[in-house]
Design a protein around this ligand. Structure first.
Ligand code: AMP
Ligand code: MG
Length: 331
C-alpha cells in the first residue's frame, strides 16, 4: 500500500509518500516548505496563505521524487489536529481535493500520535517507547497504555520550542531561534538559576522565560543565559520523561519534534536512558520535524486496522488531544 500524507498544523506544509512494508514504513519521498514570518511569531492566516501557495507544487514534487504515478497512490491522509485552524483547513482542503480527484480514500490523523508512530514504523527495535515530544507548540510525554496513547506529562503553558523562540525574539534572534540558542549555549560558561517548575508530571516554561529575559535586561551575557535556559528546561523535560518510564515500566525512549534536533537535549535524554537500562531512539531530522511522511504512515496504520473516513466527515479539530484517539492498530 502507498499513502500520500499532508501535514499542515502550524508553520510547515509538508507532503510525504510512504510504502507499507508489512508493518514497517518505507519513506519514498518527504518534501516540506516552512513559513518564516517577517517579524514576530506565526500569524495563522499568513501561514495558511503560505501553505495554500505551496501545496500543489509540493504534491507534484513528492510524486516525482517518489518516482511513482498518481494512480499508484492508495490512500490520502492529512493531519486533522491539533493545530492552527486556518492551517489545518488548508491541508484538509488539499487532501479532500486529492481524494476526490484520484477517487482514493481519505484519512484524518492526529499529529502528535503520528510523531510517535513514525519512530515505531521506521526505527528497528523501537516497539513500545515513551515519546518525549518537543516541538514549537507542543510539549508532551506520551506512551501507550490500555488502548490509548496517554499523556503522562505536558506543558501547562507554552511549548518548549515556543519558549526558545519567544526568548530569541525578545533578544533579537531570528525565528526559529532554537538552533541559534543552541549555538550560543555551547559558548556559555556561567549558570544562572532559573525557575524549574514541575507540577506533578507537568512542566511550565513561562516563568523561566520571564526570568531569562530579566537576566538579559540586566546586561548578563547572552551565551550564559542561553546555556542556563537549555540546562534548566532540558533537565525538567528529562526528569518528567524518566518518571514516565519508571511509572509505565517501559524500556524505550523516543525523541520527536523540532527541538529533538538539539544535541544537548539528546545527550541528556540518552544519558538518562542509559542509566535506566533503556534503549534510546531518535528519528532522522526530517522525520523529527513536522512532516508529511509521518502523517502518511499513521494513515496506513489506521486504514489497515479497519478505520474508514468519508470526505464529508473529514473534520479538523484544533484541540484534538492525543488521548482522544482510539488506538485500534495496537493490542
Ligand atoms: P516543530 O514545531 O516540531 O516543527 O519544531 C519547531 C521548533 O523546533 C522551533 O521552536 C525551533 O526553534 C525548534 N528547534 C529547531 N532546531 C532546534 C535546535 N537545534 N535546538 C533547539 N530547538 C530547535
Ligand atoms: Mg509536530
Amino acid at each position: 500500500m502507498i499513502c500520500l500524507g499532508i501535514e499542515g498544523t502550524a508553520h510547515s506544509i509538508g507532503v510525504g509518500i510512504i510504502r507499507d512494508m508489512g508493518g514497517k514504513c518505507e519513506v519514498i519521498s518527504n518534501v516540506i516548505k516552512i513559513y518564516h514570518p517577517e517579524k514576530g511569531g506565526i500569524h495563522p492566516r499568513e501561514a495558511a496563505n503560505h501553505h495554500a501557495n505551496h501545496i500543489a507544487d509540493l504534491i507534484r514534487e513528492s510524486v516525482e521524487k517518489a518516482q511513482i504515478d498518481f494512480t499508484n497512490i492508495d490512500l490520502i491522509s492529512f493531519s486533522n489536529g491539533p493545530g492552527l485552524g486556518p492551517c489545518l483547513r488548508t491541508a484538509a482542503t488539499a487532501a479532500r481535493a486529492l481524494s476526490l480527484s484520484l477517487k482514493k480514500p481519505i484519512m484524518g490523523v492526529n499529529h502528535c500520535v503520528a510523531h510517535l508512530e513514525i519512530g515505531r514504523g521506521t526505527l528497528r527495535d523501537c516497539m513500545d517507547p515513551v515519546l518525549l515530544y518537543t516541538s514549537g507548540a507542543n510539549t508532551q510525554v506520551i506512551a501507550f497504555a490500555e488502548g490509548r496513547y496517554r499523556v503522562f506529562g505536558e506543558t501547562l503553558d507554552i511549548g518548549i520550542g515556543n519558549c526558545l523562540d519567544k526568548f530569541g525574539r525578545s533578544v533579537g534572534l531570528e525565528f526559529p531561534s532554537g538552533p541559534k540558542i543552541e549555538k550560543l549555549a555551547s559558548l556559555g560558561k556561567e549558570y544562572f538559576e532559573l525557575p524549574y517548575s514541575i507540577k506533578g508530571m507537568d512542566i511550565a516554561f513561562s516563568g523561566l522565560l520571564t526570568a531569562a529575559e530579566n537576566f538579559y535586561s540586566n546586561g548578563e551575557k547572552l551565551e550564559d543565559i542561553c546555556y542556563s535556559i537549555q540546562e534548566t528546561t532540558f533537565a525538567a523535560l528529562t526528569e518528567v520523561t524518566e518518571r514516565a518510564i519508571a511509572h509505565t515500566e517501559k524500556d524505550e525512549v523516543l525523541l520527536g519534534g523540532g527541538v529533538a534536533a538539539n544535541k544537548r537535549l539528546r545527550d541528556m535524554v540518552q544519558t538518562m536512558a542509559k542509566e535506566r537500562g533503556a534503549s534510546f531512539f531518535v528519528p532522522s531530522k526530517d522525520l523529527c520535524i513536522d512532516n508529511g511522511a509521518m502523517i502518511a504512515w499513521l494513515g496506513v496504520l489506521m486504514y489497515n486496522s479497519g478505520i474508514r473516513m468519508k470526505v464529508e466527515n473529514s473534520f479538523i479539530d484544533q484541540r484534538f488531544r492525543t488521548d482522544m484517539v482510539d488506538v485500534s492498530w495496537r493490542d
